[in-house]
Design a protein around this ligand. Sequence first.
Ligand code: PAF
Length: 294
Amino acid sequence: LEVLYTRHDLEKYLQRQQNLQQRLGFVPTMGALHQGHISLIEKSVAENHQSICSIFVNPEQFNNASDLSAYPRTPEQDLTMLEQAGCSAVWLPDVSVMYNGKSRTGFSFGNLESVLEGAFRPGHFNGVGLILAKFFNILRPDNTYMGLKDLQQFLIVRQLMHDLDIRGNLVPCPTIREPDGLAMSSRNRRLSESERQQAPIIHKTLQAIADNLNASEFQQTIAHAIANFNDHCQAKLEYLEIASLPYLQPIAAGEIPKQVAVCLAAWFGEVRLIDNLILTQTQTGWMPDQVILN
Ligand code: PAF
């Protein structure tokens, strides 16, 4: 594992790979790595000659200063995990390397940005777009691996790459879950013991919706699930919505999309967790899916 801090070290590494015509896989992260990240690294290692992971807690995408300072940082453990997963290089830039003063350029992602995470975290996707546009420009990866737990982020990045003609593929990767269904997230390690015990209700709620979904009764199914969540847990539900794919738009009465996502965000104490299930309509009902139809 090559550990790169400066732009100079990174450029030297990239030049070497380019000279050897190596296919480059890229996994962007904010560190505090878990098995979900490692599944992305392993996929990248299997599909590319070289795999680079970035670890950068991007201040521009935090709309809440305390969330930024509380974001877990475990650099030594991260490097060990990357090494074991066969990752070729890790880039750990300082904030001053990525941002020379405040960025003045902004993105607008249209409809995709005004719903769900975009509605509750103003400026968040602008920050995500900014850092990924920088990473893509600097690294020019052939394949970039991102998880579907952050479904809206994945769709925003896909749109960014399409609209800016950014070369390379964006590869969707399945959400990795704990045995009790909780989606793996760096934020999970901030949960207290009792919050951790309650958190699997997120996946149970999504799964119950998937099991009971009836196309003509989307809203009743969701209303029932919200009531059930609030009855069984002290977490504060921020949203539980069903949206059509691929733009995550609210579903109008009578509309039956081919594919939907059930998306949830909730606060367990100070910790905000999100999760989703993608469901595709089949002849036998709505089936969980990991592929986004266009
Ligand atoms: O999902 C994340 O960890 C971050 O949003 C990302 C993609 C690394 C951009 O900072």
